[in-house]
Design a protein around this ligand. Structure first.
Ligand code: HC1
Length: 584
C-alpha cells in the first residue's frame, strides 16, 4: 500500500493506483472526461488536474501514479480556475444545442460544466468541421466529439478491433476510421461499446424510436414486442433505481401501456436455442467420436457483434459457428409463423420489435440470413436506452408500475434462459440440459451453477466428465467435454487464434461480443462500469435461482411447440425457421 495525503487527509491506496483513482477510492471527486477504468489512459481532456506538492505545474491526476508521502490538493483556487478554463476551451468547439441533444441531462460534459459553475460560453473558437455518419447500428455526429478518445481506447484495448483513431491534426482532428471512411465500410463489429463510453452525443445507437411509434400507431399492424434477458437487470437504472434492481414485471406492464399487442420474452427463445444448439452439439460430437467428419469446437452464435468479427477477422473459421440463429430472431421467425397462424394474422401485417441491450442486433435484423420467405424475422431493434426514452415520452411512471406477466405461447422461460444475459450463461444453460438428457441425472454442481465459468474473467474453462450415460449415448461414456467461455472480442481472438492454428483443445466455446456478456452490451444504460456489470450479473443469477423452472427442456411451452409445430430439435421445420449458415 502507498500512503499519501489528499486535501489534508491521510489515505492508503494500492500501489498501482493513479492520483485520480486514489481520490475516487476515498470519495473525493475530480472531474474527468477521458478516464476509463482498467485500461491505458490517454490523459487528453486534462480536466482532472490537481496540485502535487513539489511539482512546478498542475498534474493530470489520471496519468500520475501515487508515490509514498505525496501531498495532493484537488480543491485549490488555482486548480478550480485551471479546470474552468480547460472546460471553456472544450466548450468553444462544441455545439450549444443541449436542449435538443439526445444526451441532454445524461451528458458528462454538461454535468461537469454544472459542477464547475460555468454559466456562460466565454470563448467562441474556430469550429472543427462536423459531419454525421450513419450505419445500421451506430450513428456518429462528429460536430459533438470532444476528442476525449475513450472510444479509441475501448475499440482498441478492450475489443481489440481498433478501427477508430485520431485522424489529421489541430482543428482538423477527427476521431474515426482511417481515411475518413464511413463506419459501415470498415471492419466495425457494431458492438457499440464506443457508444457506452462516449461522454457526449457524438456516438449513439441508430434511432429506431420513430419507426416503432409509427408501427404502434398503425391500427392495421399487429405489433409484437420481445425483451432480451439482460434488459430486466438494467433498465431500472434509467429510472433512478440502483444497478442490479430486477424490474421484469414492471417492464412487461410498461410495454403493454405503450400499446404493444403482444409482450413476449426472448427468454422463451433462449430455452428453444438450448434445445436446438444442444442437439447440434451432440450430433457434431457423435460424428467426431464415431469416425465421421465434424467441425469442433462448436462456437455459440447468438452474439451478432461476435459473428461480424469472425466474418471480418477469421472468415475461414465460420463453420465452427453453431447454425442456430440468435434467440430473438428465432422468436421473430416463430411469431410470424407459428403464432401468426394461431391468431390468423398475415405475417406481412405483423411487426416484431426486439428490446435488446445490443447495438449489433440492429444490423443483425437486416441480414438476408434473418429472413423467411422474404419477410424479416424482426422488424426493429430498440436498445435499453431507447426503450427507456420511449417509456418516459409516454409519461409512464415506471418505478411505481405494478408487475405483470409475459404473454403466451412465447412468454414462459426457465432460469437457464435468464442466464443467457451474462457471460457463461449460454454454456451453463446448455450443460444443464445436455448433461441431463445424456445421463438422466442433474448437472452435478451446487444450484446448477458451473462455478468455473461463472464470473467476469476474460477466459474461463472447465472439463465436464460424462460417466454412465443412458443407452442412446453410450458413445460418450468416459468422454470429457472441454469447454471455454469468453466475453469481449479480445478474448475471442485468443480462442480463435487457437482454432485457426488447429490447437484448440475445446469441444464447445461460448463467445459474447461485449465484456460480461449482454449485461454489458453496447445499448445498455450509461455508465456501464465493472462494478455495475457485477451488480447486473448478480441480479440475473437471482432471477434464475428464484424460478421453479431452471432447465430449458422442462419448459412446457417449448415442449408444446415441438408437439404442435416443430416436431423435433434440428428437424426440417427448425432448420427452415431457426437455423442459418454464415458463409465467407
Ligand atoms: Fe443477449 Fe441473446 S442473451 S444475445 O446476450 O442469445 O443482446 O440479453 O437477447 O437474441 O436470449 C443480447 C441479452 C439476447 C439473443 C438471448
Amino acid at each position: 500500500m502507498i500512503n499519501l495525503t489528499i486535501n489534508g487527509k491521510p489515505v492508503s491506496v494500492a500501489e498501482s493506483s493513479t492520483i485520480l483513482e486514489a481520490a475516487k477510492q476515498n470519495n473525493i471527486y475530480i472531474p474527468n472526461l477521458c478516464y476509463l477504468e482498467g485500461v491505458h489512459q490517454f490523459g487528453s481532456c486534462r480536466l482532472c488536474v490537481v496540485e502535487v506538492e513539489g511539482a512546478r505545474n498542475l498534474q493530470a491526476s489520471c496519468m500520475v501514479p501515487v508515490r509514498e508521502g505525496m501531498v495532493i490538493k484537488t480543491n485549490t483556487e488555482k486548480v478550480r480556475k485551471a479546470r474552468k478554463v480547460l472546460y471553456e476551451l472544450l466548450l468553444s468547439d462544441h455545439p450549444k444545442d443541449c436542449l435538443s441533444c439526445e444526451r441532454n441531462q445524461s451528458c458528462e460534459l454538461q454535468e461537469i460544466g454544472n459542477r464547475l459553475g460555468v454559466t456562460e460560453a466565454r470563448f467562441e473558437g474556430e469550429r472543427s468541421k462536423g459531419f454525421e455518419d450513419f450505419s445500421p447500428s451506430i450513428t456518429r455526429d462528429m460536430s459533438k466529439c470532444i476528442l476525449c478518445r475513450r472510444c479509441i481506447t475501448v475499440c482498441k484495448e478492450i475489443q481489440n478491433v481498433g478501427i477508430l483513431n485520431a485522424q489529421n491534426r489541430g482543428f482538423k482532428t477527427v476521431v474515426g476510421p482511417a481515411m475518413d471512411l464511413p463506419i459501415n465500410s470498415v471492419n466495425c463489429a457494431y458492438c457499440g461499446q464506443c457508444t457506452v463510453v462516449c461522454p457526449v452525443g457524438a456516438l449513439k445507437e441508430t434511432d429506431a424510436i420513430q419507426s416503432v411509434w409509427k408501427a404502434i400507431n398503425d391500427k392495421k399492424k399487429r405489433v409484437v414486442v420481445q425483451v432480451a434477458p439482460a434488459i430486466r437487470a438494467a433498465i431500472g437504472e434509467e429510472f433512478g433505481l440502483a444497478p442490479g434492481t430486477l424490474v421484469t414485471g414492471k417492464l412487461v406492464t410498461a410495454l403493454r401501456e405503450m400499446g404493444f399487442d403482444d409482450v413476449f420474452d426472448t427468454n422463451f427463445a433462449a430455452d428453444l436455442t438450448i434445445m436446438e444448439e444442444g442437439t447440434e452439439l451432440l450430433t457434431r460430437v457423435k460424428k467426431a467420436l464415431t469416425g465421421g467428419e465434424a467441425t469442433l469446437p462448436m462456437v455459440t452464435s447468438c452474439s451478432p457483434g461476435w459473428i461480424k468479427y469472425v466474418e471480418h477477422a477469421f472468415p475461414q473459421e465460420l463453420d465452427h459457428l453453431s447454425t442456430c440463429k440468435s434467440p430473438h430472431t428465432m422468436l421473430g421467425a416463430l411469431a410470424k409463423s407459428y403464432y401468426a397462424e394461431k391468431i390468423k394474422v398475415d405475417p406481412k401485417d405483423m411487426v416484431v420489435v426486439s428490446i435488446m441491450p445490443c447495438t449489433a442486433k440492429k444490423f443483425e435484423i437486416s441480414r438476408p440470413e434473418m429472413k423467411n420467405n422474404g419477410v424479416p424475422n424482426v422488424d426493429a431493434v430498440l436498445t435499453t436506452r431507447e426503450l427507456a426514452k420511449m417509456i418516459k415520452e409516454a409519461g409512464i411512471d415506471f418505478v411505481n408500475l405494478a408487475d405483470s406477466q409475459f404473454d403466451n405461447p412465447l412468454g414462459l422461460s426457465s432460469g437457464a434462459a435468464d442466464i443467457f444475459g451474462v457471460t457463461g450463461g449460454v454454456m451453463e444453460a446448455a450443460l444443464r440440459t445436455v448433461y441431463e438428457l445424456v445421463t438422466g441425472r442433474e448437472l452435478p454442481f451446487e444450484k446448477l451453477h458451473v462455478t468455473p465459468i461463472v464470473g467476469l474473467e476474460q477466459i474461463k474453462t472447465a472439463d465436464i466428465l460424462i460417466e454412465d450415460p443412458l443407452e442412446d449415448y453410450k458413445f460418450l461414456d468416459g468422454f470429457t467435454v472441454k469447454i471455454a467461455v469468453t466475453s469481449g472480442l479480445k478474448g475471442a481472438k485468443i480462442l480463435l487464434d487457437q482454432i485457426a492454428k488447429g490447437e484448440s483443445p475445446y469441444h464447445f466455446i461460448e463467445v459474447m461480443g461485449c465484456s460480461g456478456g449482454c449485461i454489458g452490451g453496447g445499448g445498455q444504460p450509461r455508465p456501464t462500469t465493472p462494478e455495475i456489470r457485477k451488480k447486473r450479473m448478480a441480479a440475473i443469477y437471482q432471477e434464475d435461482e428464484g424460478k421453479a423452472l431452471r432447465k430449458s427442456h422442462e419448459n412446457e411451452y417449448i415442449n408444446k411447440l415441438y408437439q404442435e409445430y416443430l416436431v423435433a430439435p434440428n428437424g426440417h421445420k427448425s432448420h427452415d425457421l431457426l437455423h442459418t449458415h454464415y458463409t465467407k
